[in-house]
Structures are given as C-alpha cells and as structure tokens.
Write a protein that binds this ligand. Structure first.
Ligand code: SAM
Length: 275
C-alpha cells in the first residue's frame, strides 16, 4: 500500500531515472493524466501496465477509488503527461488524501521544466518563486503581475504558445522594458532554445520570426533589485488617487516626484491600471 509519485521526461524520453522505470514495472496500477499519451511512454520503456485515468476535473472523485485500492494493499504510481506530477499537473488531492489516511507516499524525483530552466538561466537561483501559469484573462493577469512588482526572488512562469506574447507585453508594461528575462523553449527537445534578454528586446526577437513564438515555454524573470526604488502599495494608491483627478502623464510625474521613482515606469503601471 504505497503511492509512488513518479517524474517522467519533459521531452527527451531518455530523461527518466532507472528507479522510475523499476517502480513503473513493479506497481499494480499506474494512474495517469492522459492514458493514451502515457501508454506511448510505457510502450517505449517496454512496460505493460494497467492504466487508470486521473484528470484535474475528476481527481477528487477518482482519488477515493485509488485510496480504496491502496488500502486493499495495491501499490500505485502516479505519473503526468510530462515532468513531475502536482507541478501544474494533477495529484494534489490524491497525495493529501493519502497523507490524511496514513498511506505511504514515496517520491521518485526527475525532470521538472521549472527547475530545468532555472538551472541554465544564469539568474540568481539561491531564492526563487514558482508562479506557474498566469491567469488567462488580461485584467487578472495584470493584477497578478502587479502583486509581483517588488518581488526580490527570481520568478518562474510557465507559458503556452497562444498566450506568450500577451504575457510578455503585460510584463513589459508592469516590470518595465528593461527587466532581465530568460526564455527557455522546448527544453530537452529538438528545438530547444534558451535566450537571455531584457523584456523589450525579447518581444522584438520573438516578433522578428513568429516561429520563435511556438512551443512550450518557461519564462524566468529577475527579481526586483533592493537598490531600486520600490513601487509599494502606497505608491499605487497615490497613483490611483491622482489618476482620478489628473491626466495619467501628470499623475505619474507627481507620484514619481513624491516617492523619488521613475515617471516612465509609473506611467506604464498607470496605463495598466486604467485598462
Ligand atoms: N509537470 C510539468 C513539470 O514538471 O514541469 C509541468 C506541466 S504543465 C501542464 C506544462 C507546461 O510546462 C508547459 O506549458 C510549459 O510551460 C512547461 N513545460 C513542460 N515541458 C516543457 C519543455 N520541454 N520546455 C519548456 N517548457 C516546458
């Protein structure tokens, strides 16, 4: 009665550990997000296994079935489509339920796109925060970015082809055109690309050739430098109040004067607040 949380490759099928293969061979059942997709990996590894579908939308309900099987003495592995389960993938409810029921949960570590990207980004890696996917809707995405404006740790985001440019344009508006950023695309795959730019330069580079905008992405953004002047909630409140009475250019200039900040950055923040 053990649940194994098994990391699988994020592209290159050789990126799986010997221990992961051994566990996947030995367990009674493999719970997977997409049984067809995982079937191909298992076929590649020469593993014949019983698969059980566990998606985000049925996880809570299906977890109980798995808990009953674990209690009955079965050993089960959880895998996701790519990388480490639970990292923007299903598994949280199942692991929590196992721990609540004193069922042993064993990690089998391996690939994770966030850590893989961070390891080659050349940005501070002593302290970082994982933000996953930003919200899909523009207003909610901008609000999320505004809460990160003074984040001093390196920030890690996941992004997909169809929202990449919108996200980068919002980052440019809120973090500023000069914010250092690393884009890690298609890690471990044929078209693996890792580039370091300022946000404005990265947008230009991506617009030069739209094929660069296609793929799976990790974005790593440098944290706010403590020597920089901070855009605190007070600054944002002042800007909002002045914006109600004055044109944005004037409101940004006055707020910049009061707090000793750059008016251009405040102007960009004001534009976002206005949307
Ligand atoms: N569980 C996975 C992990 O451990 O990284 C993440 C799954 S999440 C649903 C999928 C997202 O992870 C993609 O949209 C992309 O942002 C990122 N990702 C996954 N594989 C990647 C790769 N090979 N290169 C770059 N990003 C990748």
């Amino acid at each position: 009665m053990t649940l194994y949380i098994v990391a699988t490759p994020i592209g290159n099928l050789d990126d799986i550990t010997l221990r992961a293969i051994d566990v996947l061979k030995r367990v009674d059942l493999i719970a997977a997000e997409d049984t067809r997709h995982s079937g191909l990996l298992l076929q590649h590894l020469g593993i014949k296994a019983k698969l059980f579908a566990l998606h985000d939308h049925n996880e809570q309900e299906k977890s109980q079935i798995l808990i009953d099987k674990l209690k009955a003495g079965l050993s089960i592995a959880l895998i996701s489509d790519a990388g480490t389960p639970l990292i923007n993938d299903p598994g949280y409810h199942l692991v929590k339920a196992c721990r609540d029921n004193q069922i042993k949960v064993v990690p089998i570590p391996g690939a994770c796109a966030a850590i893989t990207a961070l390891s080659v980004a050349g940005l501070p890696s002593d302290k970082f925060c994982y933000e996953g996917f930003l919200p899909a809707k523009s207003k909610a995405r901008q609000d999320s970015l505004l809460t990160l404006i003074n984040e001093t740790r390196t920030m890690i985001f996941y992004e997909s082809t169809h929202r990449l440019m919108d996200t980068l344009n919002d980052m440019q508006a809120i973090f500023g055109v000069d914010k250092p950023i690393v884009l890690a695309k298609e890690l471990t795959k044929t078209w693996e690309t890792i580039v370091s730019y300022r946000v404005g330069e990265l947008i230009e580079w991506l617009n030069e050739d739209v094929s660069r905008q296609k793929g799976e992405f990790v974005l790593i953004v440098e944290g706010h430098s403590k020597i920089d002047n901070e855009i605190t909630p007070n600054v944002i409140n002042t800007l909002k109040l002045l914006q109600k009475e004055l044109p944005l250019k004037k409101a940004a200039a006055i707020t910049a004067e009061i707090y000793g900040l750059k008016k251009n950055q405040l102007y960009q923040v004001g534009l976002t607040l206005e949307k």
